[in-house]
Design a protein. Sequence first.
Length: 395
Amino acid sequence: MAGFLRKEGSRTAAQVAEELLLTVYGRSKELATFSQAACDRGRLLHADAVGVVNFLSLYHYYDKPRVFAEKARDLVHRVHDVLGRGRVLKKGEEPPRLGEATDENPLLGGLRTGKVMGENRPAGDGQQWYATVMWAFSLNRLAVALDDPYYNTLAAQLLIVSGIKFLQKTIPAGDEAVPVSSIYTLATRMSIDLSQALPGQHRASDTLIGALVVGIVLNGMGPNADAQIRKSLEGIEKRLTRMWEGTSPEEIEKLRSDPMQVGDLLMAAAWGERRSWSKDVTDMSLDALKCLTMSLPGMPLAQRFPPGELWMLSGLRNIEPSALPTEVNEAAQELLKFHGPRISMWGTMGSAYYIPASFGGCYQPRWIPSCKGYAYQQRNDPSMYQGNVDRVGDV
């Protein structure tokens, strides 16, 4: 399952991935938009975050053909231009950028998810922590793959702006007896203007995957990065790590039964192998994986979330087959085979998540180095953070 390439009939997994990507994003230079029935203005942050990494996987696998690099870069800028703006209120008018964002610094107001329903609906538009974090990861991968630190700087910008708002203090700090995990809460979803938290499904893995991605972006900035920017990111990473360490047994038990969150654990275990929590996360994810791969096939499809199962299989590609029982490897292969003919039922999300599940690619650390130690330089302007980083200490 963790093999570098898996055959699929007479075509390689890379060819299948390429066909799926071109079907979703179009074969011409102009990026195709998603169905307006599924998202606002043709973009969806969750799916596009995976799409960027998928393009980079093909870029890397096929020895850097220009077309895939251009598609990844174009998709990033298109998302920033659509989801970095408000919703269309009047036909024919382009909404303003969010918050303090500008064309040069497009992420100072964050990014909305692009859901078709308004933010006042339970599963509607707004800004979501998990989607934001995964977009920051995609920007970091683009920076490293194309050797352009500008995109890692954008990732840092997004994480700082979002971290200030999503990490909310619930009780006054100062009492050393009160753990950090009790002082702060992490909002799952916020309004488009980041002014208030909105109802959303709490996920225990959000703090873990957030801490991991902040750390990856930090590593990408290098030792010569602006001190205030580094301090801000370090503060966010520290709070998220402590919140994860304070996760209750009840939340852990719920996490273990959710394939999407188990996929997060598997990714975190692979990318954070030197972190203090690495061994515990690895053991937890493998234990949950064994249970889920054996139990999911017996569940009615209506009670399952295939993109989450595919994300779990994507994380599994970071584990050597020898580390798992034969029956688990076989069950995982059968699970992937089961979803293959059904991905169209899940539209863009199904295609996006099927690619790393079957192909691996740049969600595997060995494909592209975790960082290149970029200094805070090139196409960057420290003023883009002004008014934001100074407040991080008060998160």
